[in-house]
Design a protein around this ligand. Structure first.
Ligand SMILES: Nc1ncnc2c1ncn2[C@@H]1O[C@H](COP(=O)(O)OP(=O)(O)OP(=O)(O)O)[C@@H](O)[C@H]1O
Ligand SMILES: [Mg+2]
Length: 329
């Protein structure tokens, strides 16, 4: 049974459900609660964007779903199965269906292997015959726009960042996954290449019937690709909803501040608001009540005394805030 702050869960039809997930890392100076009781659903076929400043727990969330990080508490359902306690052998099987691509594509590729072998690493582990590996390798490389001998024999160090990310995407596709978790897949790439990789992910999503979790701190990037967006701050979810609504009319002051700190590309729209002031507090000692209150322009006494629960502040738009922003329209 889901605990507090799960009002935004959408239940049936979700390919992935996360309930009250907590991930803690022990460090020499204490325990970091990187993810602190978060809940969300990802509906089959949708793209969920996860945004927030560095250190808010985005990657930890993605890694925990794949059980690459230890889950301290909470539940994770993938398809029909609760997987938070699944053993490593079961997870190895499940991870064929749940693939992840990372920010630094070159580092995520085995430096000593050729491109054609890298993309079928997962099939090789599963004991696929050589002919299947060869045909899958050629097919997925073509899907990502790297067909031909030239790329097949290359080593990762000779690839550009964009090409390396294409190889990482091809490697994920080779296993025919249902869920693709993209952790800042374009942050390390030149702006001109970013759009190509985003388009590729969009095309492949439709073609392979993928469900996508798209992690980024660049709101502009998330906006273009996401159906729904989840805004995180210091290990918590602040806001969740349809990405157009959340961007056009944020309900949580943190979402507003994040949007205001994005440089505007359209000069007719005037200046963006002030950048977010102050540093994110230490996750070793998060503020009481609302974690954003120490930087929130609207904070009142109640925000320190009581943690705000996630609630529907407008139809389909959920925020964990005692004093959500009024709708502009
Ligand atoms: N292995 C680890 N050991 C200790 N603390 C960790 C570890 N991994 C992450 N953390 C801490 O957990 C918190 C969340 O980290 P996480 O990497 O999930 O953030 P993020 O939102 O992905 O940030 P970024 O945008 O920089 O990638 C941070 O405070 C981070 O320092
Ligand atoms: Mg990260």
């Amino acid at each position: 049974m889901a605990g507090s702050g799960t009002a935004h869960l959408r239940g049936d039809g979700a390919l992935l459900s996360v309930e009250d997930l907590v991930v803690e890392y022990p460090t020499s100076s204490g325990t970091v609660q990187a993810v602190s009781k978060i809940s969300f659903d990802v509906m089959a076929g949708e793209t969920l964007g996860i945004v927030g400043e560095s250190g808010c727990g985005k990657s930890t969330t993605g890694r925990a779903v794949l059980r690459l990080d230890r889950v301290t508490s909470g539940r994770i359902r993938f398809g029909e199965e609760w997987i938070e306690q699944a053993d490593e052998s079961r997870m190895r099987t499940l991870r064929r269906d749940m693939q992840m691509i990372f920010q630094d594509p070159v580092a995520s590729l085995n430096p000593r292997r050729s491109v054609k072998d890298i993309v079928v690493e997962g099939l090789a582990v599963a004991g696929a015959p050589a002919a299947e590996k060869a045909s899958t390798s050629a097919a997925v490389l073509e899907q990502v726009g790297l067909s031909g001998e030239r790329y097949a024999e290359m080593l990762p160090r000779n690839l550009s960042g964009g090409q390396a990310q294409r190889v990482a995407i091809a490697r994920a596709l080779a296993l025919n996954p249902r869920l693709l978790i993209c952790d800042e897949p374009v942050s390390a790439l030149d702006v001109s290449v970013q759009a190509q990789i985003l388009n590729l992910i969009e095309e492949l999503k439709a073609e392979f019937d993928l469900t996508v979790v798209f992690i980024a701190h660049d709101l502009g990037v998330v906006r273009t690709v996401s159906d729904n967006v989840m805004v995180m701050y210091l290990g918590k979810v602040c806001e969740f909803g349809d990405s157009v609504e959340v961007y056009d009319d944020p309900a949580h002051p943190y979402t507003r501040a994040l949007l205001d700190s994005v440089p505007l590309t359209d000069p007719d729209k005037g200046f963006a608001g002030p950048a977010l002031e102050g540093d994110v507090p230490s996750p070793l000692a998060p503020p009481t009540g609302c974690r954003f209150r120490t930087r929130c322009p609207l904070a009142q006494d109640k925000c320190a005394a009581e943690e705000p629960k996630m609630r529907e502040v407008r139809p389909g738009q959920f925020a964990a805030c005692h004093f959500p922003l009024a709708a502009a329209s």
